[in-house]
Design a protein. Structure first.
Length: 179
């Protein structure tokens, strides 16, 4: 089976999203999907929200609330309503051939409809480029085990090795987009 789903994984702040940005800039194409971004209150990170690249009601709604330094409490309804809508529209979007999933991790563990739409995106004709949290849960393991999926772990890579992974991903995506 041909690889069409490409993910990066690594520790927090290892450069996964930066690498995705570099790849997308190099490709210079329209894409759909989402990014998970922090939101701030009084200049303090207070949680995360989904920034969708398709029009949908509730885009940029919070998906988590940060409690203390490390703990994030998920807002399952945001995944199930907003996240599901973003993914459905991304799959249906006729002017994009790539879906960005930045990122998939622990917060959506109980967002069953959202996870079902992620699988539908992975099963679609579109190329998927994304980030997987470095975490152990059944959903992430199922994604990693897919025959049509490759995951690059960028932990402990030199700059040269990161550039090589970047080139390899670009080559895979360019080849897929030609077909």
């Amino acid at each position: 089976m041909e690889t069409k789903n490409i993910f990066l994984t690594g520790k927090k702040r290892s450069g996964k999203s930066t690498m995705i940005n570099n790849i997308l800039n190099e490709l210079d194409i329209n894409y759909s999907g989402y990014r998970t971004l922090p939101y701030y209150i009084n200049n303090e990170a207070r949680g995360f929200y989904l920034n969708g690249y398709v029009d949908c009601v509730g885009n940029n709604s919070p998906i988590s609330i940060k409690i203390g330094e490390e703990k994030c409490i998920p807002i399952i309804e945001s995944f199930e309503v907003v996240g599901t809508s973003i993914l459905e529209k991304s799959i249906e979007c006729s002017n994009t051939k790539l879906i960005l999933l930045d990122e998939i991790g622990r917060l959506e563990s109980n967002a069953y409809t959202f996870k079902k739409r992620i699988v539908e995106a992975l099963d679609s004709e579109k190329v998927v480029l994304g980030v997987l949290q470095k975490a152990e849960n059944e959903f992430l393991i199922d994604i990693i085990k897919r025959e049509d999926t490759v995951v690059f772990d960028i932990d402990n890579l030199t700059n040269y090795e990161i550039n090589e992974v970047n080139k390899k991903i670009l080559d895979i995506i360019k080849l897929l987009l030609k077909g």
